[in-house]
Each structure stands twice: as C-alpha cells, then as structure tokens.
Design a protein around this ligand. Structure first.
Ligand code: FES
Length: 212
C-alpha cells in the first residue's frame, strides 16, 4: 500500500465550509451523540466534506471540521490519514480501490491489478495522465465471500478475474456505468450454480423447519 499523500500547498484552497445542505446533514450526525461526545461524528463529517470537495480533503476541510467539533486539527488529520476511504490529495474521477488482502489475494487480486495496469497504464498509487482514473490497493473491504473485488465510488464489483476487470474499466472509459455486484453470473454470494439448500421449501409442510 502506498503511503499517505498530502496535496502540495499550491493545490490547497485557503478555506473550506459546508454548503447549507451539507451543514444540515452534518448536524444530524453530530446530534446522534450526547453532549461532550460530538467528536464521535468526525468520520461522517469527513465523508461529507470529501464528497463536497471532488472526492478529496484539503487541509482547510480538516481545520474546518476540527473547529466544528471542538477538537485539535491533528486529531482529525490522524483519522483522515488512517483510513484509505479518505483522500488528502486529488484523485481521478474514477477511484479504483483494489482489495489485496489475503482472501482476495488467494482468489486472484494480482490479476485484477494487472488488468488495471494493462487497461489504464497505471499501478497502485498512480493516476492516469488524463486524471480520469486513480488506482490504489486497499485492505479488506468486507466482501471476501465474493473475492477478489474492487470498489468504485460507492459500489462493489465482485468475483473478478482479469477479463471482467478489463471489461469494467473499458466500460468506464466509454463513459458507461458497469453493473456492480458479482461479475461471474452468480446472485449475491449464492453458489455459482444456484441455491443448493432450501430448494423445496414448503411453508405448509415445514413443521420441522428443515426441508433437507
Ligand atoms: S479480503 Fe478482499 S474483501 Fe475481504
């Protein structure tokens, strides 16, 4: 995984503030916590700020959220630099997060990364020259049952191989939005050939609670 990359001073805006809509949204998160515990809202507020600011967090947003929550800016920066979901420098329009933790690695995440290199010309931590794609490696995203997988925006693309990854990337290049979820034809995390249990479920005759 690449280290934390903070945008250089020339890319940092002098100030940041929430839009009125986002301030209202931020307040709903802050209100979830008891008096004196408002700092617990730091993660959703960082997420709101990042979505407002083209998918990355300038230092002005870090300071703004720190002031809003009454906490030191360094504490907000600690959170923002720990989680890969927060970007501290500009990223491509398509932010490709490839999981390479053990289950995904065992199931072929190397092939997913090599498809990124082949179709985009960039590897982990790099952005395409046109600014459209950034690829990073991330730790487990909690979809191991559909490994290997990657995240694009808010969507998971699962059960990948080199070919299906390439198809997704080429569709994005054409301006299309490929369908998220498993890419090998299975439904959710069901067996590839369809359900193998509860296939004859009959409520009227299910007194025993099991049809097998
Ligand atoms: S290891 Fe990749 S989603 Fe869990």
């Amino acid at each position: 995984m690449s280290g934390v990359h903070i945008a250089p001073p020339e890319l940092q805006p002098a100030s940041f503030e929430f839009t009125p809509e986002n301030m209202a949204l931020a307040k709903t998160h802050i209100a979830k916590y008891p008096e004196g515990r408002q700092q617990s809202a730091v993660m959703p507020l960082l997420d709101i700020a990042q979505r407002q600011h083209n998918n990355w967090l300038p230092q002005a947003a870090i300071r703004y959220i720190a002031d809003l929550l009454g906490m030191p800016a360094i504490r907000v920066l600690e959170v923002a630099s720990f989680y890969t979901m927060y970007n501290l420098a500009p990223v491509g329009t398509h932010f490709v997060q490839v999981c390479t933790t053990t289950p995904c690695w065992l199931r072929g995440s190397d092939k997913v990364l090599s498809a990124c290199k082949k179709h985009l010309g960039v590897g982990p931590g790099e952005t395409t020259p046109d600014g459209k794609f950034t690829v990073i490696e991330v730790e487990c995203l909690g979809a191991c049952v559909n490994a290997p997988m990657l995240q694009l925006g808010d969507d998971f693309y699962e059960d990948l191989d080199e070919e299906s990854t390439g198809k997704i990337l080429e569709a994005l290049k054409r301006g299309e939005t490929p369908k998220p979820g498993p890419q090998n034809g299975r439904l959710s995390s069901e067996p590839l050939g369809g359900a193998t249990t509860l296939t004859t479920f009959n409520p009227a005759g299910a007194a025993g609670g099991n049809d097998d």
